[in-house]
Design a protein around this ligand. Structure first.
Ligand SMILES: [Zn+2]
Ligand SMILES: [Zn+2]
Ligand SMILES: [Zn+2]
Ligand SMILES: [Zn+2]
Length: 244
């Protein structure tokens, strides 16, 4: 995956999003999330290079008990990005959101997508996660292993979920989720969920007929806890969103 190019806030020269300092002027560079699209931007940039939103970020009071980054064990920092309270890893730049905050972010993004009427083509997931070694992560709150979930089943963005406490997004993954939602991804996920349920119902009906031969297995890509937790995640999210 090519490294995204941003502009140095000091001199304006192009700089890679993962650069530690500007090749041109030597200014120290660090990325933060945009308050609107959660895309990467450099500290010191006034506007997001992806969506044009004004930088809006405040430090927040640290949680009572320090929470380690699930990916690299660095202590997470509490920040307010726009109106979202999240924990951020200063080292690997992943983001932890509690369940309610994520629900709010998704609901806000869906509202914005409806207002803006953005294109309905889902972003491409080419190259995403393929080079990443699969490793289960522990919830920073309760320390139990989290489920790896394909967000909304169809986004192609893998997140780590503790059902009780929240969701971990690796660097830039929350931005991809936002792009997915803005492209109408939640509607498509709900439609797919309905199809899946209908398909399951048909299989059950077929299997309970007296002449039914052997059990029909689910396709392998849906096997194990991945399928289970992904359905859980999208089902609860969909329920929440429809309830509003
Ligand atoms: Zn520079
Ligand atoms: Zn943005
Ligand atoms: Zn980290
Ligand atoms: Zn937990």
């Amino acid at each position: 995956m090519p490294v995204e190019s941003l502009k140095c806030p000091n001199c304006g020269a192009p700089a890679a999003a993962n650069a530690a300092c500007c090749d041109h002027c030597g200014a120290r560079l660090a990325t933060v999330g945009c308050p609107s699209c959660f895309g990467l931007m450099f500290i010191g940039q006034q506007f997001c290079p992806h969506c044009g939103a004004r930088a809006d970020r405040k430090d927040a009071a640290a949680p009572a008990k320090p929470q380690p980054c699930p990916r690299c064990q660095t202590i997470l920092e509490a920040v307010v990005i726009g109106s979202s309270h999240v924990l951020e890893c200063p080292h690997c730049e992943g983001i932890w959101t509690d369940t309610e905050t994520l629900r709010q972010i998704c609901a806000d993004q869906e509202k914005q997508a409806a207002v803006l009427g953005l294109p309905t083509q889902l972003p491409s997931n080419e190259g995403l996660d393929i080079d990443q070694q699969i490793r289960y992560l522990r919830c920073p709150v309760c320390n139990t292993m989290m489920n790896r979930v394909n967000f909304s089943n169809i986004s192609g963005v893998i997140v780590d979920v503790c059902r009780q406490h929240g969701t971990w997004f690796d660097r830039d993954h929350l931005h991809r989720i936002v792009e997915f939602i803005r492209a109408g991804g939640m509607d498509k996920a709900r439609a797919r969920e309905m199809e899946d349920m209908e398909e399951k119902r048909r299989r059950l009906a077929a299997a309970s007929r007296p002449d039914a031969g052997q059990n029909i297995d689910l396709p392998p890509m849906f096997s194990g806890d991945m399928r289970h937790s992904a359905v859980f995640a999208v089902a609860s999210l969909v329920r929440d969103l429809l309830d509003r």
